[in-house]
Design a protein around this ligand. Structure first.
Ligand SMILES: [Fe+2]
Length: 322
């Protein structure tokens, strides 16, 4: 077990801070280890966003997650954006901050999407150099997240896991490891999610994301909708056995449920983490847990994420109905 990683603490189990839950969080102060905010939603001088932020901050640790740095884009990260981000870092004082291995547009056109990078040595150097500078400038541990993707580049020279590992090592930054994104991309591109998990520098993983997705048969869309599926829970347990106790967050951004549903998903993550670490005994093989383990074991022995995901439609249905 590797710990603590890059000097950042294990904050426990958290969820994304989302508007529909503000009233409940501020009036009831429900138990939650930490919240993750989307940086761009709070990069303003005042008003309601800052008011809510300051209220939540009084009672919970916050970390920041960004969506528009565009670290691999054709242009350098926008200095004005970075200045506003640094202002927010000073206000929030997060233990770390993250964005994505992606690009978001070209000069004059921000596409508001997390587009995949070509996995080339040239891109490794460009992203690593920028990531190192961003971390130095922001003066806070910085991590980049593996994205979900729907296309690849014929010019790529390495796997996604080799790419993110090379960048993280060269830039001396952390990895925000999104287990659902590994599953989604493994399904869409036909690679082995276990090889991805096995091959990255586990000591650099500062946070894990878990989320639901939408399987439309030919491919999976990373919707952040619904429960985490059994197969992703199994990959999460596998990851935790490599990393030790890492801060874990549930992302639920579409059809956002009532607070108790989200809180229960976070508790499920806590239990899964505790079981993976041997802190609590494994539960008796309940239907869904057993199905997840069977899927993982099947995939490990038979190789393909397609086989693993082929059973997902039934387990997804069961999970949503829970
Ligand atoms: Fe994520």
């Amino acid at each position: 077990m590797t710990q603590p990683r890059l000097g950042v603490p294990d904050l426990g189990i958290g969820v994304g801070l989302r508007v529909p839950h503000y009233r409940h969080i501020l009036s009831q102060r429900p138990a939650m280890d930490f919240f993750e905010i989307i940086s761009e939603n709070f990069m303003v001088d005042g008003g309601k966003p800052v008011h809510h932020l300051e209220q939540v901050q009084q009672h919970y640790p916050l970390i920041q997650h960004g969506v528009s740095l565009s670290i691999g884009g054709p242009e350098e990260p926008d200095p004005a954006y970075l200045a506003r981000l640094k202002q927010l870092v000073r206000r929030v004082q997060p233990a770390w901050l993250s964005d994505h291995f992606c690009w978001c547009g070209v000069p004059g056109a921000h596409l508001h999407d997390l587009l995949p990078l070509p996995y080339t040595w040239e891109a490794v150097e460009r992203v690593a150099e920028r990531a190192r500078r961003v971390q130095d400038y922001l003066e806070v541990p910085f991590a980049l997240e593996n994205t979900s993707s729907y296309m690849t580049y014929s010019c790529s020279q390495m796997s996604e896991w080799q790419f993110i590992s090379e960048v993280a090592e060269r830039a001396n930054i952390g990895l925000m490891f999104d287990v659902n994104n590994v599953y989604v991309s493994a399904y869409n591109h036909g690679f082995d999610p276990h090889e991805f998990i096995r091959s990255i520098p586990h000591e650099r993983i500062v946070q894990i994301h878990l989320a639901g997705h939408t399987n439309v048969g030919k491919y999976i869309i990373d919707t952040h909708r619904g429960h985490v599926v059994d197969a992703v829970w199994a990959l999460y347990a596998e990851t935790i056995r490599y990393t030790g106790s890492v801060s874990t967050l549930i992302e639920w951004d579409d059809e956002i449920p009532e607070w108790p549903v989200l809180a229960a998903e976070a508790e499920k993550a806590r239990h899964a983490r505790d079981v993976a670490l041997g802190r609590v005994p494994a539960p008796l093989p309940a239907r869904s847990a057993a199905a997840g383990e069977r899927q993982a074991a099947h995939s490990a022995s038979h190789g393909g994420p397609r086989e693993l995901a082929a059973r997902e439609s039934s387990s997804l249905g069961a999970a949503v109905a829970e």
